[in-house]
Write a protein that binds this ligand. Sequence first.
Ligand code: ADP
Length: 436
Amino acid sequence: NEITKEAITEALPAGTQLRFFLAALVLAAIVIFAAVVQGKRYQSRLDRLSEVGLSKQGSEIKRTSDEFSQLNRHVSGMARDLEERVSQLEREKIRLTAMLESMQEGLLVIGEDKNILLINSAASRILGIAVERATGHSLLQIARNADLEALVDEALASNRGGSREIRFFKPEEIFLRVNAVPYRVASGERQAVLVFHDVTEIHRLENVRREFVANVSHELKTPLTSLQGFIETLLAGAWQKPEHTRRFLGMMEEDSRRLSRLIHDLLDLSRIESQERPERREPIDLGQITGRVLSGLESQIVQKKLTITNTIPIGGSKALGDPGAIEQVLVNLLENAVKFTPEGGSIEVRSKAAEGAVRVEVQDNGPGIPEGSLTRVFERFYRVDPARSREMGGTGLGLSIVKHIVDQHGGSVGVTSPGVDRGSVFFFTLPLTDLS
Ligand code: ADP
């Protein structure tokens, strides 16, 4: 009893089959209609959607490309500005570096932690520290100076700057005037600029001047005190004994001569020192001048039985200079030779050619100069044996006058001595070429 289509069809009554068929037809028609209507609606929505989408995209693309070109313009402008700023900064850096490096004064910039931020080459030279070793390192550790530390602390702690003269040893003694100026950077950090002026030479000159004044006072005081003593003794009654009076007056005459020699030499020295160049510049006949100077010393030469040899040819030299000043050089050197050489001694004066110059030598066989005094004898008031020099009427200024005159002429002076009591050779050179 298998249930089949035919079985069902057969089982239904005849009217039922027809109604069933019609109902199915109507249902199919409704479904098809609904599908068509829905499909149209989707189609129009899709069309609308695609229309809207495309136009939106287009305007966005347009807008985006406008923005891009604007951005591009901005970025290019910024790049140009930046380039200009960078080259401006470069130019400023070059200018600043050139300025810092051309300064004679040492310049340092330090931070709040006292580390060196910047150092110019003058500061590196003055303080004796290489730039690479200084930058980023503590100034106080590098300089190790309590006075500098106090100045830096003071400057960083206050708004005012400070200035101090500070002594350094590197290892020789130098004096620096240090000015410290504090300032604040944008971040609020306090920094300071330190400027170093080397005043060692000023110090040296001040010492020389002080020493000179002390020496002059001492040199003047000795004969003056002696003069006053004689005067007081005479006034106290010694004048009543003619032999005392004569003796005292003789000694007083010697003291006053000494005073006048000293004043004369001091005036000469100050006149020569105030000139940068010789007063005159003309050919000098060294042979003739030497002969004249020796003639002036004739009586002492004879008295001391000295043997003099002068081999400087008359009219032989082409040196240029001030004849009066060169005569003074020869007077001072020959007077010393005559003064210091013992009785019966010998003196030789000669000249020789020396690289573009003429060299004059005065040799004697007197006491000579100890090695330690060879360079010092040209200093003002320096004497190997002060008591002996004074006894002989010396002022201690003769050789410094010689040195000044020869320096002025562009020449050089010096002395050699094989040792004590083995004589000495004083020499000076004068350039043969034009002095300009
Ligand atoms: P002074 O007036 O004492 O001679 P100088 O300046 O002329 O002054 O000389 C300085 C010193 O140099 C002298 O005191 C002396 O010690 C030394 N001196 C100069 N010339 C000679 C010489 N020919 N021989 C030895 N010593 C000399």
